[in-house]
Design a binder for this molecule. Structure first.
Ligand SMILES: O=C(O)CCC(=O)c1ccccc1C(=O)O
Ligand SMILES: [Mg+2]
Length: 368
């Protein structure tokens, strides 16, 4: 495989509803789509999941484009590679910038799967045909609205519900949900909104039988999380803190978490995501696949990754129609009874919808 041409498109997609977290609100989604062509003419697609502003991680859409144009594409273009695992090795001298790296690496995995006549899931070593999915619910203007939304997701069959929390929007919100939905598999994601000084509040959450509490403390911390975990019954799930296999190893050794949320973009690609999965499986740490409000290409990659055996907890990959009026792939990602069927066709198993993609494209540039 030798990559000869890459087209980057900047897309803007209207969201059905704004998504609010402890760090900010996303009203419409902007993303980069990478159309990557190899010497044999095989085309793979990648999606850059960085947001416009550096609130969730330090990367933005603009820094991703800069990294791709000035460092990552020049490193990869016209180089002979035998396996997508080589891409992260080629990129290793370039520090961090995981989302930029993941977007191009994902497209190479797609090409590799096609050229070896496998589905992307198979190429990654996945063996599930159906994956269980949950849904992530942003901060709502009122608890009544939140309960109403959760009711609709439960009716749709989603296997677990995650709600965002922040100081002042936590105990009472979770209590209200638990009162209404006694047995619902429920979890809370704080996106780093607390410190160890808030341990009283976090311990009160132990009363509500949450599956886990996601990233309560700082985005770059594993030390305070270890201290906190010792004083909590509820497992901590790390999201922001885990950007590599090394991070995962250290967090597990320290006892900073009981669960890990794996996001392909946050860890720099599918190879690293698979490696974290394999390591956690050995260590008995369950993982699930997180989301970045992806459009269809990113969503397809999440589905393939989630087919690996140790993705034992429902992830955040809701159906396309949860976020989009019209997704950029055909068929769209469909959730039935809380399950997504993992495509068996070669490659990602969904076809990019060029008409929709072109309609949503703001700018486009071709690199050779
Ligand atoms: O539905 C999704 O794609 C995941 C939604 C979500 O929780 C999220 C969305 C944007 C940024 C960070 C996060 C997160 O998992 O922390
Ligand atoms: Mg999170």
């Amino acid at each position: 495989m030798r990559i000869e041409e890459i087209t980057i498109r900047h897309l803007k997609m209207a969201m059905k509803a704004p998504f609010k977290t402890s760090f900010g609100t996303i009203h419409e989604k902007e993303l980069l789509l990478l159309e990557v062509k190899d010497v044999a003419g095989t085309i793979g697609w990648g999606e850059t999941v960085a947001f416009v502003a550096p609130w969730y991680t330090e990367e933005t859409l603009k820094t991703s484009w800069h990294m791709l144009e000035d460092f990552l594409m020049p490193t990869l273009l016209h180089k002979e590679i035998a396996h997508p695992d080589e891409v992260s090795k080629l990129f290793a001298p370039i520090r961090r910038n995981c989302m930029a790296k993941a977007s191009i690496e994902g497209a190479v995995w797609d090409i590799y799967a096609q050229q070896t006549n496998q589905s992307l899931a198979q190429a990654l070593g996945g063996n599930k045909n159906l994956i269980e999915v949950g849904v992530s619910v942003g901060i709502q203007p009122s608890v009544g609205k939140l309960i109403e939304l959760i009711k609709s997701y439960v009716q749709m069959g989603y296997k677990r519900v995650k709600v965002k929390i922040k100081p002042g929007y936590d105990i009472e919100v979770i209590r209200a949900i638990r009162t209404e939905f006694r047995d619902l598999p429920l979890m809370a994601d704080a996106n780093s909104a607390y410190t160890l000084g808030d341990i009283d509040i976090l311990q009160q959450l132990d009363a509500f039988d949450l599956l886990m509490i996601e990233q309560p403390l700082a985005a770059d911390d594993i030390v305070d999380h270890a201290k906190l975990q010792k004083q909590l019954k509820t497992p901590i799930c790390l999201d922001e803190s885990i950007t590599s296999l090394e991070d995962a190893r250290k967090a597990i050794e320290l006892g900073s978490c009981g669960v890990i949320n794996v996001k392909i973009g946050r860890v720099g690609g599918l190879t690293e995501a698979r490696n974290i999965h394999d390591y956690c499986r050995e260590k008995g740490i369950p993982v699930w696949c997180g989301g970045m409000l992806e459009a269809g290409i990113g969503r397809a990659h999440n589905v393939a990754l989630t087919s690996l055996a140790n993705f034992v907890l429902p992830g955040d990959t809701a159906g396309s129609d949860h976020y989009w009026y019209e997704d950029i792939i055909q068929p769209e990602v469909i959730v039935e009874d809380g399950f997504i069927r993992v495509p068996q066709a070669i490659g990602i198993g969904y076809t990019p919808n060029i008409d929709v993609i072109e309609k949503l494209t703001i700018t486009k540039k071709v690199y050779k």
